[in-house]
Design a protein around this ligand. Structure first.
Ligand code: FAD
Length: 265
């Protein structure tokens, strides 16, 4: 049983508290398993921070933290960065005004019916869906970052992050396998949003009924007809997705106007 109080939420809303908890966990827990960052790890981390600093649509204090971290990482002449230095910056030890990322996990749309279910992996999917939608909405945001020449920068950064840092190694292998087969075919922002949606559904299908499934949130093709009736169609008695309507739905669902600040610190 989870010791956290249950937080009422709507399945048709995205919560900043989940995105901020994802960043808190990523920066203060997942990364803390590395004493220092160098070489490929450092490059992957820099790209991740740049991506979030340019595309994160949530609170200004979080954007400012990611911008500060990004500027600092890019300005350092060092080949190797101790994790403690990253943490000092994330904790804003220098007391730069307007910089803040809460040091607490508050799952809302990602809360599980008991401890150990959902949480971080759910919030990481959510974060990257949000970033993919934001990239399509603001295609010039990545100019002069070194990521602008990638056709699918959100997927490429996600792929490298998951492969390098994500605690679940089996997940990393599966994701890398899928990405190596088809990410190169992605040509624009809309296709990027749909690729991630489709890949997430393939994972849902593979995991349906497994032990990691939260009984309150069984894995299934998403969005359900309740969330988006027009996403579903039938052709010759077989279910098919209406991809135009799925894309419209994803833009709305993961777009900035559907982001709720409820339960943030
Ligand atoms: P999640 O699947 O985490 O989904 C979170 C939320 O996203 C849902 O509540 C829903 O609102 C929304 N959503 C659901 N489907 C879609 C979709 N298709 N498109 C857009 N939004 C959607 N676990 C394993 O056991 N094996 C693996 O190989 C594995 N691979 C993973 C790869 C990645 C990149 C990540 C981030 C996680 C992976 N996981 C894997 C974890 C697993 O996918 C779930 O995140 C975890 O089991 C928690 O599930 P959940 O019920 O919170 O829903």
């Amino acid at each position: 049983q989870s010791t956290e109080p249950w937080r009422d939420f709507s399945r048709s809303t995205v919560y900043s508290a989940d995105l901020e908890s994802a960043l808190h966990y990523l920066l203060r827990v997942e990364l803390a398993t590395h004493n220092s960052l160098e070489g490929e790890e450092l490059k992957v981390f820099k790209d991740f921070v740049t991506l979030v600093s340019k595309l994160y649509p949530g609170r200004g204090s979080v954007v400012k933290l990611m911008e500060t971290l990004s500027d600092w990482l890019l300005s350092l002449p060092l080949q190797r960065i101790p994790y403690q230095a990253v943490l000092d910056l994330v904790d804003n030890k220098m007391r730069i005004s307007g910089v803040f990322l809460g040091a607490e996990l508050r799952w809302v749309g990602c809360q599980g019916s008991r401890a150990g279910l959902r949480g971080y992996p759910c919030s990481l999917w959510t974060l990257f869906h949000v970033l993919s939608v934001q990239h399509e909405a603001t295609p010039t945001a990545l100019e002069n970052t070194g990521l602008e020449s990638e056709a699918a920068p959100v997927l490429q950064v996600m792929r490298r992050y998951i492969r390098t840092f994500f605690g679940c190694e089996q997940c990393g292998r599966h994701f890398e396998q899928a990405a190596s087969l088809s990410v190169d075919a992605v040509r624009d922002g809309g296709q990027q949003v749909l690729w991630l949606w489709n890949q997430h559904n393939m994972v849902n299908e593979r995991l349906a009924g497994s032990l990691s499934d939260d009984p309150l949130f069984p894995k299934a093709a998403w969005p359900s007809p309740v969330l988006c009736a027009s996403c579903h169609e039938e052709k010759d008695g077989v279910h098919v997705w209406n991809q135009d309507n799925v894309l419209r739905f994803l833009r709305r669902h993961y777009g900035v106007s559907n982001l709720s600040p409820k339960y943030t610190l």
